[in-house]
Design a protein around this ligand. Structure first.
Ligand code: PRT
Ligand code: ZN
Length: 219
């Protein structure tokens, strides 16, 4: 009997909603001591609790069949690793909403992305930012940072940033002004584009039927 593995974020903005959604689908899990792997009790779907950044790779490497992660990360990893493909978005979800935006110091005279041609842009999303800027004919020098991107202009290591924004509080606190939205993101359910066994794909269909019921009821 085949089983399906779903990777979700262990602790962070998406954790509670991801687990809650699967529980709403009637899934129950036996929590293991190391807390990394939870065994599905009534339905053959198990959970892997990991850092959100690892989720697309776990799907691409065939460790998990499904994953719930932000579209921002899924797109970034696909661009970095796989020429922009390799994961299939099955369902967008109603949580984890944010936007990837360009921001500049309050005093900057820039009025759109075009004014950042040749500028140094700090971001944790180098491939996605580069691709979205190229679509607009803007070629930037990307400064890759894994965190605290918003302090880069103040430190003088970048002229602008490309970062996730939800309320805008972080930008204001760092005297930055949102210049232009590049990408809108929500959490989504992804599968690897690699083929599945017939048994697994029947199981996936059953899970998606339950999920669609839950998502419709939430609308
Ligand atoms: O430990 P792990 O690697 O798993 O977690 P993490 O700290 O990398 O991620 P986490 O939990 O912060 O975010 C997970 C996902 O939530 C992201 O990949 C996005 O898809 C989504 N999300 C939604 C956000 C935000 N909103 C958000 N506001 N992720 C990050 N932020 C940050 C942003 O980077 C900035 O620092 O919040 C700050 C801006 O928020 P405002 O409200 O001040 O504008
Ligand atoms: Zn992360």
């Amino acid at each position: 009997m085949s089983r399906i593995r779903v990777a979700i974020q262990k602790s962070g903005r998406l954790s509670e909603s991801s687990l809650g959604l699967l529980q709403s689908c009637g899934l129950r899990f036996a929590k293991s001591k190391d807390k990394l792997f939870w065994y599905g009790q009534d339905f053959p779907v198990d959970l892997l609790l990991v850092r959100d950044d690892d989720i697309p790779r776990l799907l691409l490497d065939g460790v998990c069949e499904l994953g719930i992660v932000g579209q921002n990360i899924a797109r970034e990893v696909m661009l970095e690793r796989n020429g922009g493909s390799g994961l299939e978005e099955l369902r967008p979800l109603q949580f984890g909403g944010c936007r990837l935006s360009l921001a500049v110091p309050e005093a900057s005279t820039a009025s759109s992305a075009k004014d950042l041609d040749g500028a140094r842009i700090a971001t944790s999303y180098p491939a996605l930012t580069r691709a979205l800027l190229e679509e607009q004919g803007v070629s930037a020098r990307i400064v890759e940072l894994s965190g605290s991107v918003e302090i880069a202009p103040g430190l003088g290591t970048a002229d602008a940033i490309s970062d996730l924004v939800s309320t805008g509080t972080t930008l204001r606190a760092n005297h930055l002004r949102e210049l232009q939205e590049l990408f809108r993101s929500t959490a989504a359910l992804y599968r690897s584009a690699a083929p599945m066994s017939e048994e697994s794909s029947t199981l996936l269909d059953r899970l998606l039927a339950r999920l669609d019921g839950v998502l419709q009821a939430q609308e």
